[in-house]
Design a protein around this ligand. Structure first.
Ligand code: UDP
Length: 325
């Protein structure tokens, strides 16, 4: 299969590229290197089954050419990370909504199987745990720019499902829950690479709020496995939304302690008020846990790596990076 990955130079995109090339697919990627990097794609450029274009999604000629050659499109390109979203809301909304519109238009021209990446952020302030795909969604007010991310990704979901209903395009939406692993940048607030880097440098670990908020961290190797399986099963999964995540819930305090124990460098925890960590009025999610029944029933997938394995992989990667620096 020839797969076009938008955002293919990003964290998930580059792991997905490796996975698809390893199983024999041909991969093209389109990425503007805004949060992705050339270093992420360098290992693949000599592969004859790999092609890349460094460009934005608003170049219709490039997107059209790439889509015309592809059997499937996995649309990962997006403005990601809460910090970026709070700092640059206009860019977030435009990148996410106009980008998805452009991808779906190209996919329709060539009838590409399409996966649209969404996010657990769309569950917003929901309190019914675990979050399930048919739940009502509870977003905060538009005066708080953080919600522009969830709202823009939600519109992407509507666009994708509308393309399925109105044009019979085989679109599937995936909602990622805290995907982590080697190679993730800590630049945009992501907690796991930040804590690991702080621990390896012997710095204080910055826990925001009281640290009792919780998350479920999913290894990116498991995530890309789910994407590849979904790609192969359009008949069962087109027109559907699936959570993709782990069911292992940890508080940020537990995460900090686990990172300290595994890194073994004697860091201590420093509590940082939300008002200092983010813009004033920022609202954090207290708990975020996916209901994974739907994906497991559809394709038999579940996360296979636990938090310890994830942290060991990230620590090994970050140690190697520090040694090279
Ligand atoms: N967080 C933290 N310290 C940091 C970065 C993040 O305590 O240096 C917290 C953040 O407030 C949130 C959780 O870790 O409660 C996960 O943050 P991340 O940005 O990784 O993902 P989110 O789930 O917020 O999208």
């Amino acid at each position: 299969m020839h797969v076009l990955i938008t955002g293919g130079a990003g964290f998930i995109g580059s792991h997905l590229t490796r996975h698809l090339l390893d199983r024999g697919d041909t991969v093209s990627i389109l990425d503007n290197l805004s949060t992705g990097s050339f270093a992420n794609i360098e290992p693949f450029v000599a592969n004859p089954r790999y092609h890349f274009a460094i460009d934005t999604l608003d170049n219709p000629l490039v997107l059209d050419r790439l889509a015309s050659q592809a059997d499937a499109i996995i649309h990962l390109a997006a403005a990601v990370g809460v910090q970026l979203v709070v700092e640059r809301p206009t860019e977030t909304i435009e990148t996410n909504v106009l980008g998805t519109h452009a991808v779906l238009s190209a996919a329709r021209r060539y009838r590409c199987r399409t996966l649209i990446a969404s996010t657990s952020e769309v569950y917003g302030k929901g309190v019914k745990i675990p979050f399930s795909e048919e739940d009502d969604l509870l977003l905060g007010p538009s005066s708080r720019s953080r919600w522009s991310y969830a709202a823009s990704k939600l519109l992407d979901e509507f666009l994708g499902l509308a393309a399925y209903r109105e044009h019979a395009l085989p679109v599937t939406v995936v909602r990622f829950f805290n995907t982590v692993g080697p190679g993730q940048t800590g630049r945009y607030g992501m907690v796991v690479p930040r804590f690991v880097r702080q621990a390896l440098r012997g710095e204080e670990i910055t826990v925001y709020g009281d640290g009792e908020q919780s998350r479920c961290f999913c290894h990116v190797y498991d995530t890309v496995n789910a994407l590849a399986s979904l790609l192969d099963q359009p008949d069962q999964t087109a027109g559907q939304i699936y959570n993709v995540g782990s069911r292992q819930e940890v508080t940020i305090n537990q995460l900090a302690q686990e990172v300290i124990a595994r890194a073994g460098t004697g860091s201590t925890i420093r509590y940082v008020p939300y008002s200092e960590a983010y813009a004033p009025g920022f609202e954090d999610m207290r708990r975020r846990v996916p209901d994974m029944t739907k994906l497991q029933t559809a394709i038999g997938w579940q996360a296979t790596r636990n938090l310890g394995q994830i942290l060991d992989d990230v620590i090994a990667y970050e140690r190697a990076r520090l040694a090279l620096a």
